[in-house]
Design a protein around this ligand. Structure first.
Ligand code: AMP
Length: 283
């Protein structure tokens, strides 16, 4: 595996691949890698000549500075995992490589409705930060295929929109990969490393609550189901940001279900200081 820290070095390597018509698959991450991340690398390897993974803990997407400070960093283990998975290139830029002007590129991306709901509402500025870093990474890497995890459902939709806003939708294909889970159902996440033993046990309630929604959903009003789901989480000690049932394509909230529309349930909740998110397509 080749490790690049400088944009220019990575760019010249990519130009060489382009000259040889090698397709590039790209997996952007914030590191502290787990099997979920590696499943994206695998998916990319199956369909591309070369796979590039980036690790960059993007300061502009953390609305809570404490969350940024405590974000796990495990570079050595990450490098070992990437080598064993057969990743071709790791891009490990510094903040100044990504944001050379130091002003974090004061751009605004028109995300419309997506920015006003769910994580857009509860994490102000978060998706603008995601767009800043992803637009910069796409400019550097110019991949043919981009691999994202369904675990971050709303983020997938935001990046889909970003790619259209950047006029790159004809060039870059977005591939959304299923959420990898621990044996007990907990969605794999870098933040799980921060859970203590008791919190780790409690954390599976998010998955169980999604299953509860899935097995109890019926045509008609969904408010009671959402309230019951919220209570399950609160009773065990979560501070709930949201339990939402939404149209799986648009993320518009659905309060009355016609029994046909494709739905997704999404949860974001704090276990002490640690914020966990998960989702499940319901039908
Ligand atoms: P992150 O490092 O959290 O920014 O995640 C990098 C990429 O990995 C994103 O596209 C995530 O959606 C994806 N990802 C994170 N957790 C999982 C998981 N459990 N299963 C599949 N993909 C995941």
């Amino acid at each position: 595996m080749i490790l690049f820290k400088k944009n220019e070095d990575l760019k010249s390597w990519i130009q060489e691949q382009n000259r040889c018509e090698v397709t590039i698959g790209f997996v952007p991450t914030m590191g502290a890698l787990h099997q979920g991340h590696l499943s994206l690398i695998d998916a990319s390897r199956q369909n591309n000549g070369k796979t590039i993974c980036s690790i960059f803990v993007n300061p502009t997407q953390f609305n809570d500075p404490k969350d940024f400070e405590k974000y796990p960093v495990t570079f050595e283990k990450d490098i070992e995992l990437l080598i064993n998975t057969g990743c071709d290139v790791l891009f490990l830029p510094t903040v100044s490589e990504i944001y050379p002007n130091g002003d974090f590129e004061d751009k605004n991306f028109d995300l419309g409705f997506l920015e006003t709901i769910l994580d857009g509402k509860y994490r102000p500025g978060h998706f603008q930060g995601v767009c800043k870093v992803v637009s910069r990474l796409l400019e550097i890497v110019q991949p043919d295929n981009l691999y994202l995890g369904q675990k971050d459902y709303q983020q997938c939709m935001v990046i889909n929109r970003l790619v259209v806003l950047l006029g790159l939708n004809k060039k870059i294909k977005i591939n959304i990969c299923p959420t990898l889970r621990e044996l007990d159902g907990l969605a794999m996440s870098s933040r799980n490393m921060r859970l203590n033993i008791a919190e780790r046990k409690t954390a599976i309630t998010i998955y169980q609550t999604l299953e509860f929604i899935k097995s109890h959903i019926e045509k008609g009003n969904l408010e009671k189901l959402q309230q019951d789901a919220t209570k399950i989480l609160e009773r065990i000690g979560f501070k709930v940001d949201y339990v939402a049932i939404a149209n799986a394509t648009t993320l518009s909230p659905i309060l009355n279900w016609d029994g046909e529309e494709k739905l997704v349930a999404l949860i974001a909740a704090f276990l002490n200081e640690i914020r966990l998110i998960d989702n499940m397509v319901l039908n």
